[in-house]
Every structure is written in C-alpha cells, then in structure tokens.
Design a protein around this ligand. Structure first.
Ligand code: SAM
Ligand code: SF4
Ligand code: SF4
Length: 371
C-alpha cells in the first residue's frame, strides 16, 4: 500500500538552504529592506498549510476511504513506536511554521482516536501565528469538543455525507447513526468552535440526499462543503461514473435555494464558495476532479509516521522526518529537508488526471497520508 521508502538526506539532495527561491523562478529586484522570499516550489507555489495525520486508525470504514474488505480485522496498522510522538509533531510543525505555514490541520485516520489529543493541540498552540483546525468524523466530539476548544483549537470540520440515517450508516459501514454526529456538531458549536461540514458526493449513493443536507444547515453558521468523490488511494474502487460534477449539484441546489458566487477568502482556498441569495448562509464545492485547483495548492502533508508528502495523490514516500529526528538531526538539518522537499515539488496530479487514465496509478491511502 505504501510507496517505496525513500528517505532523502540533506547531503544527497541539491539543497537550496533557508528560504531561497528556486533558481527557475525569478523574483523582481526589491528596493529598500529585503524580506526573505517565501519558500516556493517549482511551480511558484508557496508553502502555507500543513495537514498532520496523527493516526492511521479509524472507527469508521467509509467505503470511499477505508473499505472493510481491505481495512479488515487483520489489517496491519502502524505500531505505536512508528507513530510520531506529540513532541516530534510539534517540533516539525514549528519548523513548517518558520517556513511560512499559517494553518495546521489535524487529521488522520480519525484524529480524535489519538489518546490525549487535546494535549497535542495545547502544544501546537505555543507556535506563534498559526490557525489550528481539525477534520473529524465527529463521533467523539460530544466529549472532546470542550477540551479541544480549551486547548486552543480554532475550528473544526466534521465529515457528514448524508442526513438519511440508513444511507449514512451504510456509507460509514459501521452502522453509526447520524444523530450522534449531529450531537457532536452541536457540542462543538456550543463551546464556540466554528464548524464546517464536509460531504463526499457519490452519484447513485448519496447524491439525492444532498439537498436535505443543504436545507438542514441553511440558516446556521455551519458551512456545508460538497466534495467530489476522488480517486485517492488504490482501494476505494473509484469510477468516474460515480463523480457528480459540482456544477450539476450547484444547479440542483440553486433551483431550490437560489445561490450567488462569493469570492475566495484567500489564495489557495479549495472550495468554490456560494451564498444563498436570501441571506441564509453559505455553501462550498470542492471540485478536485472536474475543476482542479493545483495551481494554487499550498499544502504539505505529514503522515502519521512522519513522512512529508507534497500531494494527496503521491505515489511514493516523501522525506522521512521521523527517521531523521530519531537519528539525531538538528533543526537546521530537518529544515533543510523540508526546504529541499518543497523546492523539488512539481505535483499537479488533478490537473494531469484527465490526460491519463484516472484511477490506474497507485497512490498512498488517504487514511495514512491524512485527508
Ligand atoms: N476521519 C476524519 C474525517 O473523516 O473527517 C479525517 C480524515 S478523512 C481522510 C478527511 C476527509 O477526507 C473527510 O472529509 C473525508 O470525507 C474525505 N475523503 C476521504 N476519502 C475521500 C475520497 N475518496 N474522495 C473525497 N473525499 C474523501
Ligand atoms: Fe475514517 Fe475519515 Fe476515512 Fe471515513 S473518511 S474512513 S471517517 S478516515
Ligand atoms: Fe494539490 Fe496534488 Fe490536489 Fe493538485 S492534486 S490540488 S497538487 S494535492
């Protein structure tokens, strides 16, 4: 499942140390005091977000992510010794923040299954100037929302694919009821955490229940984002036929509740935003398949065992920061590894997808790399 293990060391990579621009890119001559140029990749994209997978385990078996047939009782999840400690995660996150990362997102697997997760949030909170978010299936939020908020979490995204209980139970494949996720969402809102809702859209599976989902959260501060079903990993049986283009869904929702587009909040925002014309809130569409946004992709991903990936669709392991740390690397060594990895980045899988046969190339599983 995982790509070949290919740790890079600073000494065997052509490293442009610090925050120097890649030589392929031209920067205009600055006048007056010169700020260090941002760390940019080969396509000129800065490093702004870090998604941190804190565990590869999950209490759901969503068929589009961790199908039971593959992630069954005998599946070998990472042993504890291979998972990064909180100290290791915090050290790496700080180095990323020093290189321009403004947003940290805890994910997985299911991040709330990691023991003492609020402690990690507390440790990350010490890093100046970063927004800390979490993506979760919401199952543990009833008890964890309050400690997470107290620890310094800024916001939460809860995945909820349908309000139809039977469909939701079948999509999570653990017979888990919708009502308990809704309770988790309420618990998060009650402690003041801004909440977004993510729904993966599969044609013929939950597409005809999505208007209800939109209706339910209309008039609340929670923004629903509909995500096109992606060919991540190699196990979810992805087929283009099951992708409902966001443009079709926009039309459906617009027919019931008229919409108007809203400008992106910032460069690199992945969702196309719309608001209800009657002022009842906002929804978003993540069009990774039909309208890719690689050109503004500023995300790096850290796997639960400490490898850096520069694309959700990576097919081989990136720099192994955990091995480097455990071998005694200094912050400078680790920083050079991060710099070299980002400088070498030319990923734009989704843009190239249409040019090849989608779903045929092996990718790292999303539960491992962090969605
Ligand atoms: N367990 C947490 C959760 O479900 O929110 C965090 C990890 S999950 C891998 C992160 C996000 O990826 C979720 O919103 C999930 O719905 C989305 N996801 C997983 N597999 C996907 C796929 N094949 N296509 C689109 N989104 C997917
Ligand atoms: Fe678990 Fe999230 Fe993947 Fe569903 S999408 S199986 S909840 S990691
Ligand atoms: Fe970013 Fe890779 Fe997705 Fe393109 S395919 S948007 S480069 S993660």
């Amino acid at each position: 499942m995982r790509g070949p293990f290919r740790p890079r060391r600073a000494e065997d990579t052509k490293v442009y140390t610090g925050c120097m621009p890649h030589p392929d890119l031209e920067f205009p001559e600055a006048e007056g005091p010169v700020e260090a140029p941002a760390l940019v990749d080969r396509l000129g994209r800065p490093l702004r977000d870090l998604r941190i997978s804190v565990t590869d385990r999950c209490n759901f078996r969503c068929q589009y992510c961790m199908p039971k047939e593959v992630f069954g009782p005998n599946f070998a999840f990472l042993p504890r010794s291979e998972i990064m400690t909180f100290e290791e995660i915090t050290r790496i996150a700080r180095l990323f923040a020093e290189r321009g990362v403004k947003k940290l997102r805890l994910t997985g697997g299911e991040p709330t299954l990691r023991a003492k997760i609020p402690t990690l949030v507390e440790m990350l909170r010490e890093i100046p100037d970063v927004d800390i978010a979490m993506t979760t299936n919401g199952t543990m939020l009833k008890t964890l929302a309050e400690p997470l908020q107290r620890a310094g979490l800024d916001r939460v995204t809860v995945s909820l694919d349908s309000l139809d209980d039977a469909i939701f139970r079948s999509m999570n494949d653990m017979d888990f009821p919708v009502a308990m996720v809704l309770e988790g969402i309420d618990a998060a809102a009650a402690v003041g955490l801004p909440v977004k809702i993510n729904a993966v859209v599969r044609r013929g599976v939950n597409d005809y229940t999505l208007l209800d989902l939109a209706r339910h959260f209309r008039g609340t501060p929670h923004i629903v984002r509909f995500i096109e079903f992606m060919d991540v990993g190699s196990t979810n049986g992805w087929k283009m036929d099951e992708v409902l283009p966001a443009a079709e869904l926009v039309k459906q929702i617009d027919a019931a509740f008229p919409l108007e587009p809203v400008d992106a909040n910032y460069t690199g925002e992945v969702a196309q935003r719309y608001r209800y014309r009657d002022g009842q809130g906002e929804i978003g569409f993540i069009t990774s398949v039909t309208q890719p946004f690689c050109g503004t992709c500023t995300r790096a991903r850290l796997s639960a065992e400490g490898s850096v990936y520069t694309c959700l669709f990576a097919s081989e392991a990136g720099a192994d920061l955990r091995a480097a740390m455990r071998a005694g690397a200094s912050d400078e060594d680790l920083g050079a590894l991060i710099d070299a990895t980002w400088h070498a980045r030319a990923d734009r899988y989704s843009e190239l997808r249409s040019a090849s046969t989608p779903g045929t190339r092996p990718h790292v599983e999303m539960s491992y790399i962090g969605g």
